[in-house]
Design a protein around this ligand. Structure first.
Ligand SMILES: CC(=O)N[C@H](C=O)[C@@H](O)[C@H](O)[C@H](O)COP(=O)(O)O
Length: 226
């Protein structure tokens, strides 16, 4: 499938959940505009409203997802086939889904999910947490494999981020594009991810979550004891 939709560069994740200060499409479109102005080549966005608004107003390729919690399940990034189709219909160029092997609310194994989405003409990014998950997702037809969930599953919760070793190992093993995402806080880490073979880099919190950026400063100052 089209691996050149997004070239070697920076994708900015513009996401704010309901409890976050910048929640709302107006703010997310502004964030995406700022990202485009400074050279971002794609946007990652959560929820059909934000995806539609960013797609219409910004014009960059959009990696879309929907975060949806379901009681009794750990997966929350586009957890079902139906959710993935919603994101696709909202205009996302690539649909990011949970690419781990954990149980999903619609009861389908990942291999079936990928098969159905491919049949529907959806370009899929599998958000994985381990090397083995990345290999499996690619084998089952994912168009992109992203390290998004490393650090966020039981198995990986102690992992220090960003996990650029995981990026490098997957990039060496796979022919589909491997995306470096999760915990990239410094420009030098983004460059290192590309050097290790990432097709592109996704950065979110370090650019678009001002409450988190502020906290980095206030906690450093607290530790200093000012
Ligand atoms: C684990 C999870 O739910 N990640 C989400 C996936 O869409 C987003 O909350 C992250 O901001 C995004 O992956 C970018 O990562 P970072 O914000 O670390 O640059």
């Amino acid at each position: 499938m089209n691996s050149k939709l997004i070239g070697r560069g920076l994708v900015v994740s513009c996401q704010a959940l309901e409890h976050e200060p910048l929640h709302g499409s107006h703010h997310m479109v502004a964030m995406a505009r700022a990202a485009r102005q400074s050279g971002a080549i794609g946007i990652r966005a959560n929820g059909t409203a934000d995806i539609r608004a960013i797609k219409t107003e910004i014009g960059l390729p959009v990696i879309g997802l929907v975060k949806r919690e379901t009681a009794g399940f750990e997966v929350y990034i586009t957890p079902t086939v139906e959710a993935a189709l919603e994101v696709h219909r909202a205009g996302a160029d690539i649909v990011a889904i949970d690419g781990t092997s954990r149980p999903r609310p619609d009861g389908l194994p990942l291999a079936d999910v990928l098969k159905r989405l491919k049949q529907a003409g959806v370009r899929v990014m599998a958000d994985i947490s381990t090397y083995e998950e990345g290999l499996r997702a690619a084998d089952w037809g994912a168009d992109y494999v992203s390290t998004t969930l490393c650090g966020y599953t039981r198995e990986t919760q102690e992992t220090e981020l960003p996990n650029l070793d995981l990026v490098g190992r997957l990039a060496d093993a796979l022919t589909v594009p491997v995306v470096a995402e999760g915990g990239i806080y410094e420009p030098s880490q983004a460059v290192e991810a590309l050097r290790r073979g990432a097709a592109f880099v996704v950065v979110g919190s370090a650019i678009t979550r001002p409450q988190w950026i502020t906290e980095r400063y206030t906690s450093a100052i607290r530790t200093y004891g000012a």
